[in-house]
Design a protein around this ligand. Structure first.
Ligand code: IPM
Ligand code: MN
Length: 353
């Protein structure tokens, strides 16, 4: 298969993990005879520094012309804690989501048996937990009407019926391929937007009688995720709730550096780790490349390359089993591998498999 892939490495550890993701893709291309062509483009702080815009027109064009975007991370401390900065790297990410119409953010929360001891939760609670959070990504407070004054400010959480319906359908498609259980997470006891979600879900669910649908308030869901994460199979929720719950989900698994994600919608799909740019680690060769490498697996699976995706997942499992791990997940006394060493080990494993 021939794929044109836009590479948006971004800031901080982004370029380092991006390189290892590409190394993995190249290993797959060589093994299976695919042709992956890459075009790099600027985003985030790197783009602000270069052209004053966190998501330049040129980057949008590169993304639109590509089959997929392989994204890493954006964010830089010089823009944080400065309420006066006019542009922020994060705006680049939001612009990309909006301009590419990426309304569905798919964030799997999966545990790795050999890392269960790193989870803040008890072994028996977390072992075997495996769910997917489907986060609505182009609506809600992130994009609703805003007022930003010095005495008064607000963000509006607005949704339309079609917006809710299309994201629910994505959720049901996943549920059908999984354990046929879908939980709609909302705050319908307080919020009007949530009551619309619930009403729409009560209509849409009738078309999926093979899937068990339940409804949960977001505060309760946050609690349930740590008390009984195995309860969940597919969770569908609005943008802000999904942002918060997926950080919670990622920490259940033991390391933020392990979880990939996909964002799909009206235009080119984007594949990226769910973690941020970890600026303090820039250039130190200590960032875990696994979330980026697993994002490559999601990318390939999106295009129907199931065998290739599965091989990447097996390579990642093999690296963990062989204790070829970055410092934050290494076992006590184990050798500490760098970003490059983990990526290289995985690429070589793929070549030999
Ligand atoms: C995420 C991030 C972004 C978000 C930030 C960087 C704008 O936290 O992808 O979850 O809030 O959506
Ligand atoms: Mn987030």
């Amino acid at each position: 298969m021939k794929l044109n892939i836009a590479i948006l490495a971004g800031d901080g550890i982004g370029p380092e993990i991006s390189r290892e993701g590409v190394r993995t893709l190249d290993a797959i291309a060589a093994k299976f005879g695919h042709e992956f062509n890459y075009t790099s483009a600027l985003c985030g702080a790197a783009a602000i520094d270069a052209v004053g815009d966190p998501f330049p027109e040129e980057t949008l064009r590169v993304c639109q012309e590509a089959d997929a975007v392989f994204f890493s991370a954006v964010g830089h401390p010089k823009f944080d804690n400065n309420p006066n900065s006019k542009v922020r790297p994060e705006q680049g990410l939001l612009a990309m989501r909006k301009k590419l119409g990426l309304f569905a953010n798919i964030r799997p929360v999966q545990t790795f048996d050999c890392l269960v001891h790193k989870s803040p939760l008890k072994d028996e609670l977390v072992r075997g937990a495996d769910f997917v959070c489907i986060r609505e990504l182009t609506g809600g407070m992130y994009f609703g009407e805003k007022l930003e004054g010095t005495e008064k400010a607000y963000d509006t959480c607005a949704y339309t019926r079609p917006e809710v319906e299309r994201i629910l359908r994505v959720g049901y498609q996943y549920a059908r391929q999984r354990r046929h259980h879908l939980t709609v997470v909302d705050k319908a006891n307080v919020l009007a937007s949530s009551r619309l979600w619930r009403a729409v879900a009560q209509d849409v669910m009738k078309e999926y009688p093979d899937v068990e649908t339940d409804f949960m308030y977001v505060d309760n869901a946050a609690m349930r995720m740590i008390q009984d994460p195995k309860f969940f199979d597919v969770m569908v929720t609005e943008n802000t709730f999904g942002d918060i719950l997926t950080d919670e989900g990622s920490c259940i698994t033991g390391s933020m550096g392990l979880l990939p994600s996909a964002s799909t919608g009206e235009s080119t799909p984007v594949f990226e780790p769910i973690h941020g740019s970890w600026p303090q680690a820039t250039g130190l060769n200590i960032a875990n490349p696994l979330a980026q490498i697993l994002s490559a697996a999601m990318l390939l699976e999106h295009f129907g390359l199931a065998e290739e995706g599965a091989l990447i997942r097996r390579a990642v499992d093999a690296s963990l089993d062989a204790n070829v791990r970055t410092p934050e997940i290494q076992v006590e006394g184990g050798e500490k591998y760098g970003t490059i060493e983990v990526g290289t080990w995985i690429a070589e494993w793929i070549a030999k498999a």
